[in-house]
Design a protein around this ligand. Structure first.
Ligand code: NAD
Length: 491
């Protein structure tokens, strides 16, 4: 019999208020691999209420930070001990190659440990003694009830990036995974249950964005909303959050450029561009989806890129040889196909790919694809596709490279490849993006900020900035005892 996974609200597993069930598909086979309860408005309200009570009772926010650290360390240990199971499940649910899921689990473990320790070091008290006889005490306190909503491309890792800093800082959480990929989050909550967090501190809500996600964004009982997802959804979350002026963090989409100068060896340039674009089938917010290539290298680069892209091994993520898996869903596959049609209609030239991968009867497989002859005004150069489609553009000089790189509404990430370090740093300084890799790409570092400029979002995750996003700052000015101020004469 198929197990139906439940929600975790107020320290208990629950079927939720309705009998609605959602089938979860394996994108490599299109088979149903799990059934989960589907949340409704009443479940969202119950989860928010549980988190509100757990926060307002003070049990978690007033728990000493060292004790909160111990809970999170225990969670990290349990996750690490079952890393193989988590990695396999992540691949089954998302389609990503197993080697990528293994990285995600290791990064998730690191995030829980990092924030557990960071909170102990950084949630400090500052005091200022004043000449007027008062003392100012500056403290950091949790924001309150945090609703956290994540997408389907890094389900476990995004859960860790959201829950770890929020819990370490003393907040209570309602976490909602994507309706397409809830399985590793559900498994994580079985570890959370094992660790024994106090009831209501950390709640799992299942369901889709329009039904339960929007309730989280709107609720006056929620103090903060932390959202990762598309820019369009981010905009509606921001609007909904304005009702009670929630604290917001938004990690949104991108159309990130990889600027490649002529002094780079062509094999290295192509290798980096393939990695920047096709990691996780291009379904990465920071995907290097625009290669901006120096004119002297352009012809050789495009020729070699087409050859190498066609050599990528596509298949089921559980097979050891697989380098690229399926896209997440039929909808995402069709969207990717539509963008190929849009590119062709706009007059771009298809360099490679452009269709479903042959030889796969089932599964949402798409060939690594690239376009040349792309101008900046084309939709394929401006819009986030979130599939394996690279657009390649040519530049003549540094100024043009910067103009092209900065020429979209997004500003999430960018890469610069050059042997000339001074030039690379000069260009990096001019790029309007939150994360820049020089001669590298993709790696997130748990202690360095992650987030975007422009329409790629608001705020930062990871690092000290990621912890501060879950803290309020309070200034208490203290005088030893009450005394008349005498500003207005007593008559
Ligand atoms: P999405 O915006 O459709 O959905 C993201 C999450 O929001 C899901 O859990 C969904 O259920 C929920 N949601 C949908 N409508 C909602 C609403 N009205 N109110 C509240 N919640 C709602 O995004 P997706 O298709 O799941 O993921 C792809 C997007 O995520 C891409 O645009 C990608 O760039 C972005 N992303 C950004 C980062 C980053 O760090 N900047 C990381 C990963 C993904």
């Amino acid at each position: 019999m198929t197990v139906i996974h439940k929600m975790y609200i107020d320290g208990r597993w629950t079927n939720g208020a309705s009998t609605k069930i959602r089938s979860i598909l394996n994108p490599a086979t299109e088979e149903v691999m799990g059934m989960v309860g589907d949340g409704v408005i009443e479940d969202a309200e119950a989860a928010i209420k549980a988190a509100r009570r757990a926060f307002d009772s003070g049990e978690w926010p007033e728990t000493p930070v060292e004790k909160r650290r111990d809970y999170l360390r225990k969670l990290a240990d349990l996750l690490e001990a079952s890393a193989d199971e988590f990695a396999r499940l992540e691949t089954l649910n998302t389609g990503k190659p197993l080697r990528e899921s293994e990285l995600d689990v290791a990064d998730a473990v690191a995030a829980f440990r990092y924030f557990a320790d960071l909170a102990c070091k950084k949630i400090t008290v500052e005091t200022i003694s004043r000449e007027d006889g008062t003392t100012s005490v500056i403290t950091r306190e949790p924001v309150g009830v945090c609703a956290q909503i994540v997408p389907w491309n890094f389900p476990l890792l995004m859960a860790a990036w959201k829950l770890a800093p929020a819990l370490a800082a003393g907040n209570t959480c309602v976490f909602k995974p994507s309706e397409l990929t809830p399985l590793t989050a559900i498994k994580l909550f079985s570890l959370i249950d094992q660790v024994g967090f106090p009831p209501g501190v950390v709640n799992l809500l299942l369901g889709d964005g329009n039904h339960v996600g929007s309730v989280l964004a709107e609720s006056p009982l929620v103090d903060k909303i932390a959202f990762t997802g598309g820019t369009k959804t981010g905009r509606s979350v921001m609007r909904a959050a304005a009702g009670n002026m929630k604290n917001i963090s938004l990690e949104l989409g991108g159309k990130s450029p990889l600027v490649i100068f002529e002094d780079v060896d062509v094999e290295t340039a192509v290798d980096t561009a393939l990695y920047a674009m096709y990691f996780n089938q291009g379904q990465v917010c920071v995907a290097g989806s625009r290669a901006i290539v120096h004119a002297p290298l352009y012809d050789e680069f495009t020729r070699r890129f087409a050859e190498r892209a066609q050599q990528i091994t596509i298949g089921n993520g559980l097979v050891a040889e697989t380098e690229m898996g399926p896209l997440i869903s039929k909808q995402q596959l069709e969207r990717t196909e539509q963008y190929v049609a849009i590119g062709l209609k706009e007059g771009a030239r298809l360099l490679c790919g452009g269709k479903r991968a042959p030889g796969h009867e089932e599964g949402y497989y798409f060939l690594p694809t690239a376009f040349t002859d792309v101008t900046l005004d084309m939709r394929i150069a401006q819009e986030e596709i979130f599939g394996p489609i690279l657009v390649i553009q040519k530049f003549e000089d540094e100024a043009e490279a910067i103009r092209l790189a900065n020429g979209t509404a997004f500003g999430l990430a960018a890469g610069v490849l050059s042997e000339d370090r001074e030039r690379a740093e000069r260009v990096a300084r001019r790029l309007r993006a939150g994360m820049i890799w020089i001669n590298s790409y993709h790696t997130p570092y748990v202690d360095a900020p992650w987030g975007g400029y422009k329409q790629s979002g608001i705020g930062r995750e990871l690092g000290i900035h990621g912890l501060e996003a879950y803290l309020e700052i309070k200034h208490t000015n203290i005088k030893d005892k009450p005394e008349s101020i005498g500003w207005f004469a007593a008559r």
